[in-house]
Design a protein around this ligand. Structure first.
Ligand code: MF3
Ligand code: CO
Ligand code: CO
Length: 265
């Protein structure tokens, strides 16, 4: 399938859906505390999307080929969970790190973003992993401009993650986004500069590096969704949706509470 180019009006629709996805994370941020369950966070985010924003939560009943329908409205991936963690009744505890991943559908258009949350106080390693992964996301975003190649994004992310002693998950990647939750292209978080399709204005996709403190290998749990590190080391992920502009990149999932672009040394 070819990479679709969105019109200015379509990009405007994606700006709205993207901002709303970011605002769900803003809304839930103060509620991510020791003692709350991820099922409760799921319910609150669901009601906010549906009742306040007039959005559809894209994960709910999402069933790509080979997967059972996803049973919840957000993904909540704790500690050694890499991605697609299914919210449950286990309370968060001090020291956990958790990724909350929100995908909205507004007027048919998707917005997809995730952040890491530190519950109470976390270990130095956990905090560093969350920070380096956030920096990886932004180093990837920095590569995006017309004429650049998709491989430039993954190369920048891989180089920085590995330079810091961490590893990049290979089995899951960023993705084209629009009327579909997942469309072409696949945005790998590793690779070689100057390889892959050339970026053109109007392309919209996510960048969502999953970075492990230990080895890169993953396993899938019996629920058919939750992905964990094989060595049970900590994993972190941050995600934004972006559009290639005439001059560079615009991040579609920024909101008032989004952590700003970090200064990277
Ligand atoms: N939001 C995830 C992504 O960034 C996909 C989650 S699929 C779900 O691509 F069904 F688990 F929600
Ligand atoms: Co995504
Ligand atoms: Co996502």
């Amino acid at each position: 399938m070819a990479i679709s180019i969105k019109t200015p009006a379509e990009i405007d629709s994606m700006r709205l859906s993207g901002r709303l996805a970011g605002e769900v994370l803003d809304y839930i941020t103060p509620l991510v505390q020791p003692g709350v369950t991820t099922a409760e966070l799921d319910r609150l985010c669901h009601d906010y999307m549906v009742d306040v924003q007039g959005c559809i939560p894209a994960p709910l009943n999402y069933a790509p080929p080979g997967y059972p329908p996803y049973p919840k409205s957000i993904c909540a991936s704790i500690n050694h969970q890499v991605c697609h963690g299914v919210p449950n009744e286990r309370p968060l505890k001090k020291g956990d790190i958790v990724n909350l991943d929100i995908t909205t559908i507004k007027g048919g258009w998707h917005g997809d973003t995730s952040r890491m949350f530190i519950v109470g106080e976390a270990s130095i390693l956990a905090k560093r992993l969350c920070q380096i992964t956030h920096e990886c996301l932004w180093l990837g975003i920095d590569q995006v401009k017309p004429g650049a190649r998709l491989g430039d994004i993954g190369a920048a992310i891989q180089r920085y993650a590995e330079r810091n002693g961490f590893s990049v998950v290979r089995e899951f990647c960023g993705h084209g986004l629009g009327l579909n939750f997942h469309e072409d292209p696949q945005v790998l978080h590793y690779g070689k500069p100057g390889t892959g399709p050339e970026l053109s204005p109007g392309m919209t996709f996510t960048i969502e590096p999953m970075i492990n403190a230990g080895k890169a290998a993953i396993s899938e749990l019996a629920d058919g969704w939750t992905i964990v590190t094989k060595d049970r080391s900590l994993s972190a992920q941050w995600e934004h949706s972006v559009v290639v502009t005439e001059t560079g990149v615009e991040v579609l999932t920024l909101s008032a509470g989004a952590p700003p672009r970090p200064n990277i040394n």
